[in-house]
Design a protein. Structure first.
Lengths: 317, 278
């Protein structure tokens, strides 16, 4: 009884619960830069999860939105000298526009075809940015994104301090958590779940499946774009492989590892994945082998993922 | 089979005279306009003609059954008038309006709701949420930031509909965990949640036990008191007692239509249903 009411309380106040965890999270990590990475990739996986876990569309091209978000923010800062508070929205908007175009083309297909079309279109984006050297730095990536201190209401915040940087980025993550939570419990959130469950039935209920999918796709792209934008500020460069299909694969792995269709899962997945990378690279450079083995174990034996399995276990007991 | 010599490649717009004349002319406003009408509807799947030149009309506030032996084209007819796909030739009108080729979701928004032959529910969602989300369509579709818990009337409406189909006690159960007959009832509640003027049911008693079948027939009779119901049924005996009108399909064509008494005494129908008591 008590356990159930605690569980219900957590799920009702999921934004507060996740925020609380993320507030203490840096103290649980071996070093802060890793915590910052988990924050950014958790946000990325969350955007992906909105599409995959809640709407039931498996995209293999989400690196496009992470990368375009990064480049959008980076380009306006490096080439046009925009301040960070305009550069972040610029990255998000650019990623959303790419989301409209890619989504508009990809939602005509279903299942594995949808995955393949998103993969192909994301590769197109990769080569466009790779070739546009004067704007993007091509192979070397976009360098020279500087954000060392910010003035906030007369308060000087030194972002070279990783702890400060973490909490600065956390503000954006918490705002997104709130937004996604609201979307999921909105009427629209109910509709995307019906599309995941049964497209035909959803259409027979009077919902325009194609349009709903497109809106979900663009929202997902915008969130991944924000993650990319924050990543550009964090790394102060945009590596071209942020658009690479392996980065798309990371979103899939993180979401599945953490638990698709759960609110907190993407952050758990991002933390697990990046910790494996961090720990195993100290032992062998073939860390991807270990990550792959762990991933396959989860897909085969714990398809609910880490957080999904924990939730299931707590509810069953 | 292809008696009036239609070729597979003829597009709808250049179809036989009937279709053009009907769609070009202004809709005739008669006193008793049928709620649903098909005009020379033909449906071909490759070389196979599933429906051939079917014209039928359905009056408001009546319970009409479409019957026929296996392969008669009942399900094809159902899919056409419920918007699952568009006919190869011919027009479909709803309240006088040409709705041929409209998207599935537009059918529901106009007031045509359906239940599927093979049960189609949102399996991972609760029974209540299944009905609630169906009821939500009339109110809101793209609201992103308002909590759906605020829309109390929809929650109550879903509860009332669950009560109507006898699923109140199973409100919070996952739809996928319900028994087959219960899922069929749930589907009817979902169809009702769209507040349809026209309710289309495709073999609503398929796979049900005799007791469940009787309860379903009672439910359908009571639903038909408030709106138009068209029922596709394989078992003729089942619908004879409750419907006001019957349309008998055979080999993709209308074999007979009329009241249950007309159908019972129709020689053609007797021949098709040879050996079965009507």
């Amino acid at each position: 009884m008590l356990r159930n009411s605690v569980l219900n309380g957590i799920s009702r106040h999921r934004v507060a619960a996740v925020t609380g965890f993320l507030l203490v999270f840096p103290w649980l990590m071996p070093y802060e830069a890793l915590a910052v990475n988990v924050l950014i990739f958790g946000l990325y996986a969350m955007g992906f999860n909105l599409l995959f876990g809640y709407t039931g569309m498996l995209s293999f091209g989400h690196a496009a939105f992470l990368g375009v978000g990064s480049y959008g923010t980076g380009i306006v800062m490096v080439h046009y000298g925009w301040p960070w508070y305009l550069a972040i929205p610029a990255g998000v908007i650019l990623a959303s526009l790419f989301g409209v175009v890619i989504g508009w083309m990809a939602i005509r297909t279903r299942g594995i075809y949808f995955s393949m079309v998103t993969l192909a279109l994301a590769q197109c984006v990769y080569f466009i940015f790779y070739k546009a050297e004067s704007l993007t730095g091509g192979e070397n990536g976009l360098r020279g994104i500087k954000l060392e201190t910010i003035d906030f209401l007369g308060l000087q915040i030194d972002l070279l301090n990783p702890t400060n940087k973490y909490y600065f980025l956390l503000i954006f993550v918490v705002m997104t958590l709130w937004f996604v939570s609201r979307v999921l419990s909105s009427p629209f959130g109910a509709v995307i779940e019906t599309i995941r469950e049964n497209e035909k039935r959803s259409a027979a209920c009077g919902y325009d499946v194609a349009r709903t999918k497109l809106v979900a796709f663009v929202l997902s792209a915008a969130i991944c774009g924000l993650a990319g934008s924050l990543r550009a500020l964090h790394l102060s460069v945009v590596p071209v492989d942020s658009l690479h299909y392996l980065t798309s694969g990371q979103a899939v792995m993180m979401a599945l590892l953490g638990g698709m269709g759960t609110f907190f899962g993407p952050f758990v997945g991002a933390a697990a994945f990046l910790l494996i990378e961090d720990v195993v690279t100290n032992i062998t450079k073939y860390w991807q082998f270990v990550a792959g083995a762990v991933f396959m174990t989860f897909v085969l034996f714990f398809p609910r993922g880490i957080w999904g399995s924990i939730l299931h276990w707590l509810r069953q007991r | 089979m292809n008696s009036n010599g239609l070729s597979t490649s003829v597009p709808a717009s250049t179809g036989p005279g009937g279709a053009i004349a009907e769609s070009a002319g202004s809709p005739v406003q008669k006193a008793a306009q049928p709620i649903l009408a098909t005009e020379n509807v033909t449906m071909q799947f490759g070389p196979f003609v599933a429906l051939n030149n079917v014209s039928a009309s359905f009056e408001s506030n009546k319970l009409t059954a479409i019957i026929g032996p296996n392969g008669a084209g009942k399900s094809t007819f159902f899919n056409l008038v419920s918007g699952a796909f568009a006919p190869t030739l011919g027009r479909i009108r709803f309240q006088g309006r040409d709705i041929t080729g409209m998207a599935q979701h537009e059918f529901a928004r106009m007031g045509i709701a359906k239940s599927f032959q093979i049960t189609n529910v949102f399996k991972l969602l609760s029974a209540h949420e299944n009905v609630r989300v169906a009821a939500q369509m009339r109110r809101t579709r793209f609201e992103l930031l308002r909590p759906r818990a605020d829309l109390k009337d929809l929650i109550d409406q879903a509860d009332a509909l669950l009560h109507r189909v006898g699923l109140t006690g199973l409100r919070d159960k996952r739809a996928g965990d319900l028994a087959h007959g219960q899922q069929r009832c749930l589907e009817i509640a979902m169809a009702l949640a769209c507040e349809p003027q026209l309710l289309l049911l495709d073999e609503p008693t398929a796979g049900m036990s005799p007791e469940e079948t009787l309860a379903m027939m009672d439910l359908i009779t009571s639903l038909a008191e408030e709106r138009t119901v068209i029922l596709v049924e394989h078992k003729m005996k089942l619908v004879m007692g409750i419907c006001q009108r019957l349309v008998v399909l055979h080999h993709g064509e209308v074999l007979a239509e009329g009241t249950p008494d007309d159908i019972r005494t129709n020689d053609e129908v007797k021949r098709v249903y040879l050996g079965q008591s009507i």
